[in-house]
Every structure is written in structure tokens, then in C-alpha cells.
Design a protein around this ligand. Structure first.
Ligand code: UDP
Length: 254
């Protein structure tokens, strides 16, 4: 199953939709022999990835890079004439839990504050009563206790690991410890998703999601996100600039 990887300025994204992502995950759960990494691509990553060598390698070698944000979907259309649909990390995590529940795989949830982790786990069990949460841990483990955490993950025999440490912490953690994970086949970096599932951070109502204005809704609710979201217009400007430069170059050549 060949998945096409597109270069988007300084990052990459896989040309997948939700169905294709789930197909990839099912196959990996069945045949995978090592932790396969899944990370979310959004405009912020265009600026953070080139600055951090570990993050860069993690993204370059990732097994699945999902188009998490609308900025990346627009960029793929402008730069490659490819129409992607968003695969929001929070929805993918939810769907992986459904697959795990339906097909008898177990999950381990590592990250966020203990109360958030617990509340999100309870919410996932409410959604999927057959879901096996083989283990979980908050995301504030000291480096000297990391060996014990790895043992806990391995002893749990979980198939899926969700890393909710935020970026770049979760990518750096996986780069450092992936070779010590014995049974994990799928590992998704989920950032602040547990806060959303626990109900501490509200997603936009469907109306806003359908208009591709989820980012705007969240901005109104949490104005401090402006620091993060101001990268979106800059990213789009760079995409257009890049496109025009390429078009200009072709003009001169032909
Ligand atoms: N977090 C953690 N350990 C840390 C730092 C952060 O578990 O040492 C958690 C934090 O509690 C929050 C998530 O990581 O749940 C970060 O969410 P954010 O939205 O900042 O991440 P992003 O989605 O932008 O990567």
C-alpha cells in the first residue's frame, strides 16, 4: 500500500484521508514488528521542525504524517494540486480506539496531568466499553524513573501507545525510547488531545468545523492561542510565495 508523501515547505504530509489512515493502522497492528510513528502536521510544524534536529529526523522518518490542520490542506492544493481532507489528530485517536476495541488490541496512554489522563481514559471507556486500556501514566515522569515507565509499558503488552506530551517532547521521547518498546506497533503523538477528550478544551461545534473555521472558534475562546495561530497567515503567505516563485521559474525556463 503506497502512500504518497508531499513536501510542504519545510515539512511533509502524507496524502491520506481518515479511511486510508485507518487502513494503514489496521495493517500495522496486524503485521507491524516495531513502533510505527504517527505525527500530526500543521503550520506550526513548518517552523518548529527545521529548528530541532530530533524533531526533523522524527518527521522525516515518520511512518504516517497526517494532515491535521486546514493550513496543510490548502498548502497541498496550492503546491501540488492535491485535494486532501483533514485528518484531525483527535479524531484519528478516537478512531484508533474504536479499531482497538473492535479488534481486541490494547492501548497505553502516556501524557498530560494525572486528572486529565484519568478523565480522558474514563471517557474513552464510556465511548468504547470493550476498549482495553492496558496501562496509563501522567506526562510528568522524571528522567530517572523512565526505565520503570518503559518496563510498565512493556509489561502491559499494549499494542498502541498514545503520547500526549506536546511537541517536541513527544517526538523526542519516542526517538529516545522507541528501540526499548517491545510490543508497541502503533504510536501516535497526540499533543493536547487528552485535554479535549477530558472536556477541558472544547472543540468547535460541527458548524464551525464544516466551514473549516475551527481554528477561529478556538481563537475566540482562548485568545492566548493567538501566539500559536499567528503562524497560519505567515505559513499561507509562504505557500503562495513559493508557488509564485516556482511558476515564475518555469516561465523563464520554457
Ligand atoms: N504535557 C505533559 N508533560 C510535559 C509537558 C506537557 O504531559 O512535560 C502535556 C500537557 O499536560 C498537555 C499536552 O502535553 O496535555 C500539551 O498540549 P499542547 O496542546 O501544548 O500540545 P500540542 O498539541 O500543541 O503538541
Amino acid at each position: 500500500m503506497e502512500i504518497k508523501r508531499l513536501q510542504i515547505l519545510n515539512v511533509w504530509v502524507d496524502s491520506v484521508n481518515m479511511a486510508r489512515s485507518i487502513e494503514f493502522i489496521k495493517k500495522t497492528l496486524k503485521y507491524g514488528k516495531r513502533p510505527h510513528s504517527i505525527f500530526a502536521v500543521n503550520p506550526e510544524k513548518n517552523f518548529s521542525v527545521p529548528k530541532n534536529p530530533v524533531l526533523y529526523q522524527s518527521f522525516k522518518n515518520a511512518d504516517l504524517l497526517i494532515p491535521d490542520g486546514i493550513g496543510v490542506v490548502i498548502a497541498a492544493r496550492v503546491l501540488h494540486a492535491v485535494t486532501l481532507s483533514r485528518v484531525p489528530g483527535v479524531e484519528l485517536m478516537n478512531n484508533i480506539c474504536k479499531v482497538a476495541s473492535d479488534e481486541g488490541y490494547s492501548i497505553f496512554i502516556y501524557g498530560s496531568k494525572e486528572e486529565v489522563n484519568l478523565k480522558a481514559s474514563e471517557e474513552l471507556i464510556r465511548r468504547y466499553p470493550a476498549l482495553k486500556i492496558a496501562g496509563r501514566s501522567d506526562g510528568y515522569i522524571k528522567e530517572e524513573n523512565m526505565g520503570a515507565l518503559i518496563t510498565k509499558i512493556n509489561d502491559s503488552k499494549a499494542d498502541v501507545l498514545f503520547l500526549a506530551l506536546g511537541s517536541p517532547k513527544q517526538e523526542e521521547w519516542l526517538a529516545k525510547y522507541k528501540d526499548r518498546l517491545n510490543n508497541i506497533k502503533v504510536c501516535q503523538g497526540i499533543g493536547g488531545t487528552l485535554d479535549t477528550i477530558a472536556g477541558n478544551v472544547k472543540r468547535a461545534p460541527k458548524f464551525w468545523q464544516n466551514l473549516n473555521l475551527e481554528w477561529f472558534y478556538r481563537l475566540i475562546r482562548e485568545p492566548k492561542r493567538i501566539k500559536r495561530q499567528k503562524v497560519l497567515p505567515l505559513f499561507l503567505l509562504l505557500v503562495i510565495y513559493n508557488k509564485m516563485r516556482k511558476a515564475g521559474l518555469n516561465h523563464r525556463l520554457f
